[in-house]
Design a protein around this ligand. Structure first.
Ligand code: HEM
Length: 137
């Protein structure tokens, strides 16, 4: 018998938020809801370089969130290091833009109705990150 196989199981890695929500489908639904709201907000929509085709933007946001919350790293495999602030420099993001973006995203979280602890973790991240994206005051 191999001695090292005896004894209590080693603790595995911490489950990620990606695992806790059941994987990619949650984020796909989240960004779907989010972009429905972007399309309905002419100020937000006006920031997008291709407002008539939000599909690629939706895919990039989805892959980024999957990666950020512990899922596959497809975003960086395709796009490189996130450098989110730098990638937002081409767009004028004011406090008003942040508030609109956040409202659309937090409403989408509410629609998906995850466990309260998950909803709170998402909220905290989105508030912090959206604030960091403001580049015009
Ligand atoms: C939690 C905050 C945010 C996150 C995580 C986020 C994430 C992203 C990601 C991953 C991309 C694609 C980057 C790329 O690979 O090129 C992106 C693009 C973009 N974001 Fe954000 N963003 C945030 C906040 C905002 C805010 C506050 C605004 C404006 C009010 C905004 C407007 C845009 C625009 C206009 C694009 C370009 C769309 C495109 O990719 O074609 N973002 N964002």
């Amino acid at each position: 018998m191999v001695i090292s196989s005896v004894g209590p199981p080693r603790p595995g890695p911490e489950p990620t938020l990606f695992d806790a929500v059941g994987g990619a489908a949650f984020f796909e639904r989240l960004v779907e809801e989010f972009y429905v709201r972007v399309e309905a907000d002419s100020v937000l929509l006006g920031l997008y370089p291709e407002p008539e085709d939000l599909g690629p933007a939706r895919d990039r946001l989805c892959l980024f969130l999957i990666q950020y919350f512990g899922g596959p790293t497809t975003y960086s495999d395709q796009r490189g290091h996130p450098r989110l602030r730098m990638r937002h420099h081409p767009y004028v993001i004011t406090d008003d833009g942040r508030d609109r973006w956040l409202a659309a995203m937090l409403e989408s979280v509410v629609v998906l109705d995850p466990d309260p602890a998950i909803a709170e973790a998402l909220r905290q991240y989105f508030v912090m990150a959206a604030d960091a994206m403001v580049n015009s005051r």
